[in-house]
Design a protein around this ligand. Structure first.
Ligand SMILES: Cc1cc2nc3c(=O)[nH]c(=O)nc-3n(C[C@H](O)[C@H](O)[C@H](O)COP(=O)(O)OP(=O)(O)OC[C@H]3O[C@@H](n4cnc5c(N)ncnc54)[C@H](O)[C@@H]3O)c2cc1C
Length: 299
């Protein structure tokens, strides 16, 4: 079979790219090293129990429309759906002072904080307000419409000019860290620790190292759409993407580790698998890390 595109890796990113290309009539092959599709989001079973290997918090995957979750928009395009369960609180944080329920509902969240620190709850409300103003601008530009090259500028100017104008007063915040807003709005040490923790769970860094739009989106979506869990876990999302890929004629090959991206005249022309098999295609998309792609696959 001749392929027009080879995608290296069946993580959520690789499957999304592959399934969309298949949907729009490209002959696509996904080569995945592992025996299970899904990358960081794959599920596995042991003794009859299913485990998620990574992600577990999702917003906007269910039937509620409009959804700002680009994955939901991709599944819509593929004609796939997921059954999800909403839940609140999404979990508990365990502090030395006691357990804290993390409610999606902003009012209940603040009430839970007020039980520990009434002044902190007021400061938190100001902090949230600052971030929600950012969210209210950003949410009008769908993530899926964005691109990573210079064409982003004409695209934004042509399609989203009113939103860009609305965003102008927020530019400082959009480019800044959560820590800056926290320093301006929150003195209470317990709430500062809570914000650091929320940032750490999202980005792996405390408030000073976390970009404001990321937390603005998390807070905004958590409040607007609530948190959901797909029945079947993250594996159900992967299965829906694989179904979408295959229903639109794409192929997935597991246990197919790509050893090298073949290049001729400065252009990708295919891949060589670990078992020596060569598969040709004029376009190769890598879902492997940048580091692996440039230092190992493009040797
Ligand atoms: C513990 C944990 C918790 C998380 N929690 C959340 C959460 O709650 N909510 C959320 O939205 N996100 C969460 N995330 C993030 C989310 O899981 C990832 O952002 C997402 O799954 C990454 O997908 P990806 O396609 O970019 O990459 P990956 O999932 O890394 O996929 C890359 C794929 O490429 C394959 N590959 C690499 N090299 C080759 C090669 N040479 N040949 C063939 N195949 C190759 C790999 O095997 C892999 O399958 C979490 C992540 C982790 C690890």
């Amino acid at each position: 079979m001749n392929f027009e595109v080879i995608v290296i890796g069946s993580g959520i990113g690789g499957l999304t790219a592959a399934a969309l290309l298949a949907r729009y009539n490209q002959r696509v092959l996904v080569c995945e090293s592992h025996a299970i599709a899904g990358g960081a989001a794959h599920s596995f079973t042991r003794r009859g129990f299913t485990f998620d290997s990574g992600p577990s918090f999702y917003c906007g995957l269910g039937k509620q429309r409009p959804s700002l979750n680009p994955l939901r928009q991709v599944l819509d395009v593929l004609g796939e759906s997921l059954e999800v369960v909403s839940y609140d609180p999404l979990g508990h944080y365990h502090f030395p002072e006691g357990s804290f329920p993390v409610y999606c509902d902003a009012q209940r969240y603040r009430e839970a904080v007020a039980k520990i620190t009434p002044q902190g709850a007021k400061e938190l409300a100001q902090f949230e307000q600052r971030l929600l103003s950012v969210y209210n601008c950003l949410k009008d530009i769908p993530t899926i419409a964005l691109r990573a090259d210079w064409r982003l500028i004409p695209l934004l100017l042509t399609n989203y000019l009113p939103t860009l104008i609305k965003m102008l007063p927020q530019l400082g915040v959009i480019q800044g860290s959560v820590g800056r807003i926290m320093d301006e709005e929150v003195r209470d040490p317990w709430v500062r620790r809570l914000i650091d923790l929320e940032c750490f769970l999202l980005s792996g860094l405390k408030a000073q190292g976390t970009v404001a739009p990321e937390v603005a989106f998390m807070l905004g979506e958590r409040t607007r759409a609530g948190v959901e869990y797909p029945i079947g876990g993250s594996g159900a999302i992967v299965a829906a993407l694989v179904r979408g890929l295959q229903n639109w004629g794409g192929e997935l090959q597991l246990n197919a580790h790509v050893e090298q991206i073949l290049v001729a005249g400065g252009q990708a022309v295919g891949v060589r698998l670990h078992n020596g098999e060569v598969i040709k295609a004029p376009v190769v998309i890598s879902n492997a890390t940048l580091w692996d792609t440039y230092t190992k696959l493009l040797r």
